[in-house]
Design a protein around this ligand. Structure first.
Ligand code: AMP
Length: 196
């Protein structure tokens, strides 16, 4: 299963991604984590990405897409993955379509986690990552609204909206139920096409 997770910073995407990856048996690929690893290791990519991470801006698409392309080419991602934090712009979604299209595949579903802004800002303030000061948090919310939210319309055909408020297990259950439903409908439409 090839999944994309979208949601404003603080919607609990990373937590859900870790649980869902385990439950579905596909690797969890987080671009935020990949960037932070590069920064820690002091690689050239990490040095280039650092100032964007520090200010809450998006790392340029060229750098980000190259890193994702490399990660998706690894054998563990051949039969499925869960992308957390990519794509974050419509051009990145087009890049992803091109990467997957080369092997005849495409995302199966996009899970969009939703939560009110005040809830996500409060969650981030209590998390304490270096890029979690209130100014940067508010800025990341604006970047999400301006650059990432347009993806919801872009993926409208395969979008599953998951309200991300309440206990972690309830949110996971909602996501899994939505996915089971999608698979059921996909199987049904294959059966109908085969009969006709
Ligand atoms: P996250 O861990 O998803 O909150 O991402 C942390 C930071 O990494 C973001 O604020 C961006 O600076 C950068 N980042 C993560 N994913 C992307 C992406 N798909 N495109 C551009 N920048 C990204």
């Amino acid at each position: 299963m090839r999944l994309v997770l979208i949601g404003p910073p603080g919607a609990g995407k990373g937590t859900q991604a870790a649980v869902l990856s385990e439950r579905l048996g596909v690797p969890h690929i987080s671009t935020g984590d990949l960037f932070r690893e590069h920064v820690t290791r002091g690689t050239p990519l990490g040095r280039e990405a650092q100032r964007y991470l520090d200010t809450g801006e998006l790392v340029p698409d060229r750098v980000t897409s190259g890193m994702v392309r490399e990660r998706l080419a690894r054998p563990d991602a051949r039969h499925g993955f869960l992308l957390d934090g990519f794509p974050r712009t419509v051009p990145q979604a087009r890049e992803l379509a091109a990467m997957l299209g080369a092997t005849g595949s495409a995302p199966d579903a996009v899970l969009a986690f939703t939560a009110p802004e005040e809830v996500v800002v409060a969650r981030l303030l209590s998390r304490g990552r270096p890029d979690d000061t209130e100014d940067i948090i508010r800025h990341r919310q604006r970047v999400y609204q301006d650059q990432t939210a347009p993806l919801l319309a872009h993926y409208s055909g395969i979008l599953l909206t998951v309200p991300a408020v309440g206990p972690v297990e309830d949110i996971t259950a909602r996501a899994l139920a939505g996915l089971a439903d999608t698979k059921g409908r996909a199987a049904q439409s294959v059966a109908i096409t085969e009969r006709s």
